[in-house]
Design a protein around this ligand. Structure first.
Ligand code: SGN
Ligand code: CA
Length: 519
């Protein structure tokens, strides 16, 4: 399966590199000394609404935007299964969840013996590393170096598990520490005679949004605009109405919003205490000093109903934005390092998230649904020298496409059983006429936290059809152009017969194409 290693020993070696690479990159770009590296930065739960190159309403993310400004921004980027472990397994294998076997966070264990892009790259002569969130339960394979977080990881003074299976506690804030370790590996630890691929996989922006003390004071003067459908009544959408991820009802005042008081308790208070107890006394003092006046004010006001929901939304947005500040700064550090060390021109820098997230749309936090905010995921790339494409790429792409993209960039033949498609033609400014015109999605984790029913569906750029199943049997159909916020379920409505039949046919075709029989 491995075509040829990517050690370009001479320009003649270009002859064995797939035509797609040799046709796009001039001789200057690929030289014996300069094989392409891959820096694949991924965050957890970071959504396009909170990235200023996608959406200017809420925050500024100058360093993330640098990647897009110097490279490309995908405007139709999606996941296959909007949850951490499943997304990671899709990305590593280039295959949908039912094929790679990691269908949900609760029961799945990644079969590490299966082929993954890091393994293929390693066999092709790459140095490979993984730093940060892993979440796949089994021991990572295919990496020359890995240092992972246990489970979801800790924001403060976090634990890391190293390759000797030792758990080490590092002092500091997690987003900084992951970046320190990644830069250290690139700068000091790797074999510099080889090209490299590093996965820098953050815990940020995952719940419960504990900011670095340095950023606590940010965004306190900002009032975030409430999404139009914040007070959604879920009419005509049974699965949406039974989901337990409403900011108003399911966001925990103590755990999520830090409104702790000695005499109050909640199911998540013990977890909250375990997180804040990780702080040292100086960190804890700054943390308490910041939140205490907010708590005093909150408890004095005794807010109820919509007022309380809107107050929770503002606190949620502020904490999320503060955590994001560390992330943006640290992505800037990686870009600066690559620039200063002369690596930038030979490196593909990818920035994405394991899925999108709700920032109050439909009244929600969390993800899981095939609705736009969590089906979509941000994706920007800075391209190596020789790839001239800049600006927006609007073709539909999905996280199963990253593995074949990295393989093709490295000159490795893409195995036939990979279900994703290499994005390299798009990065070369080609517009393949036969590019996919629909996306398939399947979410499996139910019954589980947040109570999102199992569902699968198909989306084109105009319509989306979803089937919710298991202890429910409902269909939803959306006209994405007329109803981009997916409020009006058209399934079964008069006049929709033809579109429904077409979308049913597309769904059947997708399930056959990807060999998915689970329902
Ligand atoms: C934790 C969170 C959930 C979240 C899942 C999955 N609860 O269980 O809110 O949906 O992770 O997230 S918490 O009380 O532990 O914070 S994922 O991104 O890892 O898939
Ligand atoms: Ca996630």
């Amino acid at each position: 399966m491995i075509h040829k290693p990517i050690i370009f020993s001479s320009l003649a070696a270009m002859a064995v590199v797939p035509a797609t690479i040799s046709s796009c990159v001039g001789a200057d770009a690929i030289s014996p000394e300069k094989p392409f590296n891959i820096v694949y930065i991924m965050t957890d739960d970071h959504t396009a609404q909170m990235m200023s190159c996608y959406d200017t309403r809420f925050v500024e993310t100058p360093n993330l935007d640098r990647i897009a400004a110097d490279g490309v921004r995908f405007t139709n980027s999606f996941v296959a299964n909007s949850l951490s472990g499943p997304s990671r397994a899709c990305m590593l294998t280039g295959k949908h969840s039912h094929i790679n076997g990691f269908t949900d966070n609760e029961h799945s264990v990644f079969d590490g013996d299966q082929p993954t892009f890091p393994k293929y790259l390693q066999q092709a002569g790459y140095q490979t590393a993984l730093i940060g969130k892993w979440h796949l339960e089994s021991i990572p394979q295919g990496f020359d170096k890995w240092e992972i977080l246990p489970g979801q990881g800790d924001y403060y003074n976090p634990r890391f598990i190293n390759m000797q299976n030792d758990t080490i506690i590092e002092r500091g804030y997690l987003t900084d520490l992951i970046t320190d370790k990644a830069i250290h590996w690139m700068d000091q630890e790797r074999d510099k005679s080889k090209p490299f691929c590093i996965l820098i996989h953050h815990k940020a922006q995952h719940r419960n949004w504990l900011p670095d003390t340095a950023h606590l004071a940010l965004y306190e003067d900002k009032t975030f605009e409430l999404p139009d459908n914040f007070f959604d009544d879920y009419a005509g959408r049974q699965a949406a109405s039974s989901a337990e991820m409403r900011i108003a009802d399911h966001m925990d005042l103590i755990y999520d919003l830090k409104m702790d008081r000695e005499d109050l308790t909640s199911a998540l208070k013990p977890t909250y205490m375990s997180f804040v107890n990780r702080m040292d006394s100086a960190q804890r003092a700054r943390f308490e000093e910041f939140y205490q006046p907010i708590r005093d004010d909150f408890f004095a006001r005794n807010l109820q109903g919509r007022e309380l929901a809107e107050w929770k939304y503002q606190r949620y947005m502020r904490d999320y934005a503060k955590v994001l500040k560390s992330l943006d700064n640290n992505v800037g550090r990686v870009l600066d390092y690559l620039d200063e060390s002369g690596l930038l021109d030979n490196t593909l820098v990818v920035y994405t998230s394991d899925q999108g997230f709700y920032m109050g749309e439909h009244g929600w936090f969390d993800k899981r649904f095939m609705y736009q905010e969590s089906f979509a995921t941000p994706l920007v790339m800075r391209l190596p020298a020789g790839f001239e494409r800049r600006g927006d790429i609007s073709e539909m792409v999905q996280n199963i496409d990253y593995a074949p993209t990295f393989l093709e960039l490295a000159g490795v033949d893409v195995p036939d059983d990979i279900q994703g498609v290499s994005l390299l033609p798009l990065l070369k400014d080609e517009h393949p006429a036969d590019w996919r015109d629909q996306l398939y999605y399947h979410y499996h984790e139910y019954p589980a936290e947040h109570s999102v029913k199992r569902h699968y569906g198909v989306a084109t750029d105009s319509f989306k059809l979803i089937h919710f199943y298991n202890d429910i049997d409902t269909w939803e159909l959306y006209d994405l152009k007329a109803d981009p916020h997916e409020m009006n379920n058209l399934y079964g409505k008069p006049g929709m017969e033809k579109v429904t039949a077409e979308m049913m046919e597309r769904l059947t075709r997708a399930r056959v194409q990807y060999a998915d029989t689970i329902r």
